[in-house]
Write a new protein. Structure first.
Length: 238
């Protein structure tokens, strides 16, 4: 079969009736402004939610640390006639000294549990060599205080392990609400909350009486239950 080649016949009218499609237009300045406004709105909606999740995550981590400390204290009391390490020899003067006894008793091998987020007191996890463990919980490496004079059989609602207050002597303890969320001694969490571990093993954020002020206690109702008159605590070693 022989294929004949067909010649293209030029149609002079084509140049008048045919026009190529116009080039596609890119986004103009106004459209870019709309896009950036929408992005900014999305970021504005996302950041508060992200910050809220981050805050809860940090508080949850600190709460878990407090629970582990209290569990170890309960174990220690089980081997010492129901008494916590503040009660017996060598009669520690700071909560660092008391908690160091937990390390010596083999209840902890990692001292970072005694830290907390947004705290100036952070552990370096260098506890030294046994049996002295003389590098464990040195000054500035422990965030938590322990109430003095409690036993394993004391009231379950009594404050047991709690975040370091701004004053080492005040009872009931007071915290710095003006330093909320900042790594300074005695700081409160944002919202004016303090993590308090009770003798029943629970840990909860308790609200300060105000979200402003350098020396703010918990509410009178809460203090009457967890920090009854006549108590004291072992401060952190700074």
């Amino acid at each position: 079969m022989v294929y004949k080649r067909r010649a293209f016949r030029y149609n002079p009218g084509m140049s008048e009736s045919y026009a190529p499609p116009p080039p596609k237009k890119g986004m103009n300045c106004g459209m870019w402004i709309v896009v950036w406004v929408l992005v900014a709105i999305g970021i504005g909606l996302y950041l508060p939610a992200f910050n809220g999740v981050s805050k809860r995550s940090r508080m949850l981590s600190a709460s878990n640390n407090a629970r582990q400390i209290m569990f170890a204290l309960k174990s220690y009391a089980g081997d010492h006639n129901g008494r916590y390490p503040d009660a017996g020899p060598p009669h520690p003067e700071t909560s660092n000294d008391a908690f160091r006894l937990l390390i010596k008793a083999g209840l902890f091998e990692d001292e970072r549990v005694f830290s907390a987020e947004a705290s100036p007191f952070l552990s370096d996890n260098d506890i030294g060599e046994p049996p002295a463990f003389n590098k464990a919980l040195e000054s500035g490496e422990n965030h938590w205080c322990i109430a003095k004079g409690l036993t394993d059989e004391s009231g379950g609602n009594r404050a047991f392990v709690f975040e370091n207050p701004v004053d080492d002597k005040a009872w009931p303890p007071v915290w710095d609400a003006d330093a909320m969320g900042r790594p300074t001694p005695g700081r409160a969490w944002k919202g004016g909350k303090i993590l308090i571990g009770r003798n029943d093993g629970s840990v909860n954020p308790e609200k300060l009486i105000s979200t402003q002020g350098p020396r703010v206690p918990l509410t009178d109702e809460v203090n009457a239950v967890i920090f009854p008159p006549g108590g004291s605590f072992l401060p952190v070693a700074k």
